[in-house]
Design a protein around this ligand. Structure first.
Ligand code: NCD
Length: 308
C-alpha cells in the first residue's frame, strides 16, 4: 500500500501505485454517488478553504461540490474583497485563516511554487492542495485526465497521446506528462508553434513534433490546450486564424488519429481557435466527461489528505 499523501502540490515523481489508488478511490466515490447517495458524510465537521488568486470556473466549483458532497464546510475566500488586495502578505492571510481552524486549503496562484510555500508555512495538520500554480502544476487536472483516459484505454503501455497547443505555459501539460510517464504511456508527443514549445529538457520522455498532421497520426488521445494569453508576452501572440489553420483540431485532422481517439481539453475552450465546435461537441469528445470525473477525483484527493 503506497503511503498516504498529506498534501498534493504536484504529480512529479508520484509513484504509479499512488496515482492508481487515487483513481480507484475516485471510481468508488462515483459508484457511491451513483447509488442514490449524492452526499456522503466522510468529511463531516471538516472545513475546506478555497483560496483562488486566479480566475476559475470548473476547478473551483468542482472542489466546492466535491467538499460539500463529502459533508465538509466550504469557505470561498474572495480575494477581491479580502485584505490580500489591501496588501496583506500571503502568509499573514494564511495564518489568520488558519486561526479559524481549517483542515484543508485549496490554492490557485499565478506564481509557480506558491502551494509548496504554503506547505512550508502552514500549521501542522493543515493540508494543502494545489489547484494550479503558474505554469508548473495542476495535479487534480492531471489525475482527472488519467481517469478519463483509463476508462476508455485501460492499458497505458499501449497508449499514444498528443498534447497540442500552448504547452510552454500549460501547467495541465506538465501534470499530464508526469502522470502519463508514471503510468508507462507508450508515446507522448507535444505539438504547437515553436514559440510556445517548452525546452525539450523540461519534458523528458516526450517527442516534439511541429506538424500537427504528423503529430496526431495514430494517437489514442488528443489533449488540446488553450492559448494562455495571460501568461504570454504580447510578441508571442499568434494570429488566431493562422493558428487554427496549423494547430486547430477539426474533423479532417481528427480522422488522422487512431480509431475512436479520445478528444480532451481541460477548458476553458476557445472554439475556432484551438478546437472546432464539430469536434468539441462531436461523438469522440470526452470534454464533459473530464468535468464530471473532476468532482470524483477531487473527492478522492480531499479524503486522502484529510486521512479519511
Ligand atoms: C486550466 C488551468 O487553469 O490551468 N483550466 C482548468 O483548470 N480547467 C487550463 C487553462 O486555463 O487553459
Amino acid at each position: 500500500m503506497s503511503q498516504r499523501l498529506r498534501h498534493l502540490t504536484s504529480l512529479e515523481n508520484m509513484p504509479s501505485a499512488t496515482i492508481e489508488r487515487l483513481l480507484d478511490r475516485a471510481v468508488s466515490m462515483r459508484d457511491a454517488c451513483a447509488h442514490g447517495t449524492r452526499k456522503l458524510d466522510l468529511l463531516a465537521g471538516r472545513t475546506v478553504l478555497n483560496l483562488f488568486f486566479e480566475p476559475s470556473t470548473r476547478t473551483r466549483t468542482s472542489f466546492e461540490l466535491a467538499a460539500r458532497r463529502l459533508g465538509a464546510d466550504v469557505i470561498n475566500f474572495d480575494i477581491g474583497l479580502s485584505s490580500t488586495s489591501k496588501g496583506e502578505a500571503l502568509f499573514d492571510t494564511l495564518h489568520t485563516l488558519e486561526a479559524m481552524h481549517l483542515d484543508t486549503i485549496v490554492v490557485r496562484h499565478k506564481i509557480s511554487g506558491t502551494p509548496d510555500e504554503l506547505v512550508r508555512h502552514a500549521m501542522s495538520g493543515v493540508a494543502v492542495i494545489n489547484a494550479g500554480d503558474g505554469n508548473r502544476a495542476h495535479p487534480t487536472q492531471g489525475l482527472l485526465d488519467m481517469l478519463t483516459i483509463r476508462e476508455h484505454r485501460p492499458d497505458f503501455r499501449q497508449l499514444k497521446v498528443v498534447i497540442c497547443g500552448d504547452v510552454k505555459h500549460s501547467r495541465v501539460a506538465r501534470s499530464d506528462v508526469h502522470a502519463l510517464r508514471a503510468l508507462g504511456a507508450k508515446e507522448i508527443r507535444l505539438c504547437g508553434p515553436a514559440g510556445l514549445m517548452p525546452e525539450a529538457s523540461e519534458f523528458p520522455g516526450c517527442t516534439i513534433v511541429e506538424n500537427f498532421d504528423e503529430a496526431i497520426e495514430g494517437v489514442d488521445a488528443v489533449i488540446m490546450l488553450r492559448l494562455q494569453k495571460e501568461r504570454m508576452a504580447s510578441t508571442d501572440l499568434p494570429d488566431e486564424a493562422a493558428y487554427f489553420e496549423r494547430f486547430g483540431l477539426d474533423n479532417r485532422r481528427l480522422a488522422l488519429a487512431g480509431k475512436g481517439c479520445l478528444v480532451m481539453h481541460p477548458g476553458p475552450l476557445n472554439r475556432g481557435i484551438e478546437i472546432a465546435s464539430e469536434v468539441a461537441d462531436g461523438p469522440q469528445s470526452r470534454i464533459l466527461e473530464q468535468v464530471g470525473n473532476g468532482v470524483f477525483v477531487r473527492m478522492a484527493v480531499l479524503c486522502e489528505v484529510m486521512g479519511r
